[in-house]
Design a binder for this molecule. Structure first.
Ligand code: SF4
Length: 311
């Protein structure tokens, strides 16, 4: 099956991540860990380089973790794969219908994600699991660009406080007018940042430190994933009808008879400049926008359905 434009773009970003060398400290650490190895994995050929995201390009749910584990993703080359954090997370994803199997042991183990995409704030394994602020910043653009390509996104689940900060920073760098202090971290917290159109949920990170101390239990993890799932059908898109922006994006739109201006009826996501409409609608004003049969509002000419009823 041919890949969608978005899947192609995500693959390009993944390739850029793998070849990235922006953070010498982290690149050096990944290689050193790969050379020294842990005794239990001495027969492994470690991945030892930046780890790309993994999942379904059509995903409505995005998980954002912190960084690859030194002997987990840095060994196997796939996020949350090959360590106890991954065992915990993928079990929960399987139980909630997002993963095809409950375990994740190696990149070629057949695991597939459904409606879910997993990224990290930082793509290289950091010493002591602690990336530096400059390393978060250096890696931010990958997350921002991936979010832009995940066109069906409805919810983001951040795994830990640092992932929350990284996600908000990515959104701010994208142009969102957010104040970080408005988004407090708490396990199970749900936010609806204005102008983004995506629900933001928080969970403790499934690190061994959290799972072995009982701070994060399996039922807490599956509960927050179910909560995220319950938000996937909802529409939080901004009800923006920004006349000036629409005029710029859709220069061919003509005024309706009677002088009613169609620009005013185009709703779109300000961040992605994506038109919001019924599934299958092309991002084209002529397809999407109509004062259908004289009724005021946003209707799809092609389906005659009320627009955004299902977006
Ligand atoms: S952490 Fe990100 S920006 Fe830094 S080297 Fe790795 S992939 Fe590149």
């Amino acid at each position: 099956m041919p890949r969608s434009k978005e899947a192609e773009a995500l693959a390009v970003i993944a390739a850029e991540i793998v070849s990235c060398q922006r953070c010498p400290r982290l690149i050096e650490h990944c290689r050193r860990v790969a050379a020294v190895k842990r005794k239990a994995y001495r027969d492994w050929v470690y991945w030892g380089q930046p780890v790309p995201s993994f999942g379904d390009p059509e995903a409505r749910l995005l998980l954002v973790g912190l960084a690859p584990g030194a002997h987990g993703a840095n060994r196997t080359g796939r996020v949350f794969t090959g360590d106890s954090s991954g065992d915990f997370l993928y079990r929960a994803l399987y139980d909630t219908g997002f993963a095809s199997q409950p375990s994740s042991t190696a990149a070629g183990d057949g695991l597939m994600l459904k409606d879910c995409y997993i990224a990290s704030a930082v793509r290289c394994a950091p010493p002591q699991n602690r990336p530096l602020p400059a390393e978060f910043q250096a890696c931010r653009d990958f997350l921002r660009r991936e979010i832009q390509q995940l066109r069906r996104l409805r919810a983001v689940l951040v795994l830990g406080r640092l992932a929350l900060d990284a996600y908000l920073s990515a959104m701010i760098s994208q142009g969102a007018t957010l104040r970080k202090r408005d988004y407090q971290f708490a396990h199970g917290a749900v936010h609806h940042p204005p102008g983004i159109g995506v629900a933001l949920l928080c969970s403790y990170h499934p690190s061994r430190q959290n799972t072995q101390t009982g701070r994060l239990t399996m039922s807490m993890m599956t509960e927050v994933l179910r909560l995220a799932k319950s938000r996937l059908g909802e529409c939080f898109q901004p009800e923006t009808a920004n006349f000036e922006q629409n005029k710029k994006n859709f220069p061919n739109v003509q005024p309706l008879d009677g002088g009613l201006h169609l620009y005013s009826f185009i709703r779109y996501c300000e961040l992605s400049a994506r038109v919001l409409g019924n599934p299958g609608c092309q991002p084209s004003a002529t397809t999407l926008v109509s004062n259908h049969e004289g009724r005021t509002g946003l209707w799809c000419k092609r389906t005659s359905m009320k627009c955004a009823s299902n977006c």
